[in-house]
Design a protein around this ligand. Sequence first.
Ligand code: GDP
Ligand code: MN
Ligand code: MN
Length: 283
Amino acid sequence: MNSFSGFRVNERSRIENTLSHLPCTYLIRDDVQPPFMHIRVEGVRGLPLIQQGDDLPALISERIEFSDGDILCIASSVYSKAKGYTKRLTEITPTPRALRIAERTREDPRFIQAVLDASTEVLLEYPFVLSEVPSGHIGVRAGVDQSNIENGMVIFLPPDPMAAAAEVREDIRRLTGQSIGVIITDTCGRSFRRGQTGHAIGWSGMTAIRDFRGDIDLFGHVLKITEEAVVDEIAGFANFVMGESNNGVPAVVFRNCGNWEGHDNLYFRKEEDILRKLLEDSG
Ligand code: GDP
Ligand code: MN
Ligand code: MN
């Protein structure tokens, strides 16, 4: 079989699939040597509907076994529900600004107010609110969700997703003794392309970026630009396993991703972000 032709589920993972706690096993196989060419991705199924106060790390580690070096991706929506970063729309009184934006976007002004409350800077109001949140992440509607929660409720992004990832990592270490990496994900739109993908909004236990600058390519050229946003790549695949609607899989574990070196400057500085500058100049 051509090892690049797709996911190949081998005998071992077929057996593991029969275990209820290991339901979604993908195996990307390759016979090439580097350890990261043989990555396993497992969705954590069987988690309940998450309520404020739930111990998410405990619920997850009861359902999947961790080993040192694993990477656990958690949907920000469930992390926020567990922590109570949610609000009832009836508790929100829209300001005149929210009323004005909501009239144009044809959304609930209380929802727009929630988005404004979550934002440190609004870059665009129409056709949708695009804004920065305290962590530096820029997202449509500040990442505020109305899905996968009861009617009339909104879910905010975790206010400090880096701390959230570090806390989950520490909790898993305490519960299992294993040292893992953690990525908090959210589904986001992209510039220039239709369709949403998973993005990392918080991470711990790895650098966000694998820095290839200074590396030599196959033809001896020194790479000058390439900084690979590894946490987003992993979050993208985690999001693929999670799905968006009623899958009920808010946590995904990656095994054998290997290590990389780089840095955590995932977000552009204001002055180097050309799209942001264009938006500001046009507004
Ligand atoms: P987001 O991408 O962080 O905004 O989260 P989504 O709403 O897209 O949900 C991601 C995944 O988690 C989907 O498979 C959802 O069905 C699932 N999910 C969301 N909330 C819950 C929950 O409370 N319990 C369980 N078991 N799954 C959930
Ligand atoms: Mn979301
Ligand atoms: Mn999603």
